[in-house]
Design a protein around this ligand. Structure first.
Ligand code: UDP
Ligand code: MG
Length: 326
């Protein structure tokens, strides 16, 4: 028997969860018919949702013994959700997918075909269009991938997503990267392995709203750059070097001018410009350094990536106790 764990990070997904569950059950039942060796477990992560997502989990856990869940004590972010899911999954294969049906469960049979013979270690989707997304957002996204791939040794594939069908071996490799600042797209790529990209058109959310604001995405992309590249540090050193060279040339020019023409003191505006420019440059470069330092600071604290408040085991025991009392 082969167990497939389906990991689903959820944040405020009460609306879409029943739809998702119906869909995933349909697909996995079909898969079991064609592949009698398959068993499934569904591991939902409640990332500190503020709506009734947890109640939905309770309902699912009551009617389906294959449903497991972990509920966080607060919102830790999708990356922590994925980590918790991978860490607690028991399957020989692990699927990571969104709850909003933007990652269509109907892809699972195809993905399984790629990994089941060991030809690939991971099957994932790559969206070729960004339909349904604003133009500015798409433009920034494309630029991000371009810059990222220029300055980082880790290839980040444009349009690659967190919809993955992985072998246990790859999951263990991902888990062995225990960093606190997790940028999944980079981590999945960094571990390597044979990855099959299946191209598909972007699908819009089935219900609910996206948790990502434009600003949130922007910060996330900076995070990605810092997690997988030290290029900003190199750039800031280069800027320092260039301004030193310019300053040196200027000094020589001024001395020669003074000796040749003996000009009286002049150029107050020039000095002010230089002071502001150099001051700004210094703050900018110190800022970059500070960003890396702050990441290092967080890493050395070794804080847990998530804190569990409740899981399906606790819930089922509670139900059991209540039944015995009644
Ligand atoms: N998500 C999460 N924690 C968060 C934000 C999002 O677990 O803090 C989940 C969310 O429930 C969904 C997935 O991550 O299953 C993708 O989120 P969303 O659909 O909002 O992002 P988008 O598809 O717009 O990139
Ligand atoms: Mg989505």
């Amino acid at each position: 028997m082969k167990l497939v764990s389906v990991v689903v990070p959820c944040y405020n997904e009460e609306e879409v969860l029943p739809l998702f569950y119906a869909e995933i059950i349909k697909v996995t039942d079909e898969m079991k018919k064609n592949h009698s060796e398959l068993e499934f477990e569904f591991l939902f992560i409640d990332d500190g949702s503020k709506d009734k997502t947890l109640l939905e989990f309770h309902k699912l856990a009551e009617k389906d013994s294959r449903v497991r869940y972990i509920s966080f004590s607060r919102n830790f972010g999708k990356e922590s959700g994925i980590y918790a899911g991978l860490e607690n999954s028991k399957g020989d294969y692990v699927v990571v997918m969104d709850a909003d049906l933007q990652h269509p469960p109907s892809f699972l049979p195809k993905m399984y075909e790629y990994v089941k013979n060991g030809e690939y270690d991971c099957a994932t989707t790559r969206r070729v269009s960004r339909k349904g997304e604003s133009k500015i957002r798409s433009w920034f996204a494309r630029k991000f991938y371009k810059i990222m791939n220029k300055i980082s040794d880790t290839e980040i594939v444009d349009g690659a997503q967190d919809f993955r069908f992985m072998t246990r071996q790859m999951v263990d490799a991902v888990l062995s990267m225990s960093e606190y600042n997790r940028f999944s797209k980079g981590i999945f790529s960094w571990v390597g392995f044979k990855v099959k990209y299946i191209e598909y058109e972007n699908v819009e959310r089935a219900a609910g709203t996206t948790a990502w604001s434009f600003w949130g995405l922007f910060k996330y992309s900076l995070e990605g750059i810092m997690a997988f590249s030290t290029a900003p540090l190199v750039i800031s050193s280069l800027l320092g070097l260039v301004s030193c060279i310019i300053a040196f040339i200027m000094i020589v020019a001024i001395i020669i001018k003074k000796l040749a023409f003996g000009d009286p003191v002049q150029g107050f505006p020039t000095i002010m410009c230089a002071i502001f420019f150099i001051g700004g440059l210094q703050l900018f470069c110190t800022g970059i350094l500070g960003q890396y330092l702050s990441k290092t600071y967080l890493e050395t604290k070794n804080r847990p990536k998530y804190i569990m408040r409740e899981n399906e085991k606790i819930y089922r025991e509670r139900l059991e106790k209540q039944k015995n009392k009644d």
